[in-house]
Write a protein that binds this ligand. Structure first.
Ligand SMILES: [Mn+2]
Length: 248
């Protein structure tokens, strides 16, 4: 058996974003990707916005994407660690992925890890721009447990309908921004630069931005963005020495 020594980072599938046929084809491709890394992955880090919207009740979860869920379960059963950083589109995760699929959920905006003697700072990538007051306000409301509780009192078709509308509105608002790579003016890049003023890190890996990015921050520090699986299928892989941005 091949040695399990690689770490894969992938994000922003936005399952449920488009029509059924498109989404089913995307799910099959995601599953094919996960199957292709199963033999050599020791860890798979899902960097958020896996679902375009997600609202979980105490006893039920949204329909669909069961092939993906089964593949995740298969991998965790084999001892592969699967991390899931919650994104701004799928933040209403309770304990389904942890309890049923064996995934490790992270709710922090970013977190520091050491893998094979390299330091990583990873997260979904939303909310790192301190100047975005509107975003911070909305994030505070949506992350609020009381609001979540109230929302859960309504029937699923209503709550999920609202979530879907919010998700689509949010995307329209961001379309222009989504397609413009601001290079070193990127808020996430600025976040990394600031972080390096007080601490060190070999690699920063984020999603959320929907643009594949790779920048050198200094001689020994790099920033990567995993992009999105919308007309593309990008991922980042760590081989124990270095990081590489690839396409499946
Ligand atoms: Mn996002």
């Amino acid at each position: 058996m091949q040695q399990r020594n690689k770490i894969y980072f992938v994000s922003d599938f936005h399952f449920g974003l488009s029509d059924k046929d498109t989404e089913e084809a995307k799910e099959r491709k995601v599953v094919a990707f996960l199957q292709s890394v199963e033999a050599d992955a020791k860890r798979v880090v899902l960097l958020g916005d896996i679902f375009d919207f997600w609202f979980e009740y105490k006893v039920t979860v949204p329909k669909g994407f069961v092939l993906f869920q089964a593949q995740i379960k298969k991998m965790t059963s084999q001892g592969i660690i699967v991390d899931y950083f919650i994104g701004n589109h799928d933040l209403w995760q309770k304990n389904y992925f942890e309890d049923e699929l064996g995934v490790v959920i992270h709710r922090e905006k970013y977190k520091r890890f050491v893998f094979d003697n390299k330091t990583f700072v990873i997260g979904h990538g939303d909310g790192l721009d301190n100047k975005d007051i509107g975003y911070k306000l909305m994030d505070a409301v949506f992350s609020n447990h009381f609001f979540w509780f109230v929302f859960a009192l309504f029937p699923a078709c209503f709550s999920i309908g609202i979530a879907r509308l919010w998700s689509r509105g949010n995307r329209k608002k961001h379309r222009q921004y989504d397609n413009t790579d601001m290079q070193k003016e990127e808020p996430m890049y600025k976040f990394c630069e600031n972080y390096l003023k007080t601490d060190n890190a070999d690699y920063f890996v984020f999603g959320h931005r929907h643009i594949k990015q790779e920048f050198s921050l200094s001689d020994n520090s790099k920033y990567f963005n995993t992009g999105a699986w919308i007309n593309d299928s990008p991922y980042v892989v760590f081989n124990g020495e270095s990081l590489e941005l690839k396409t499946f």
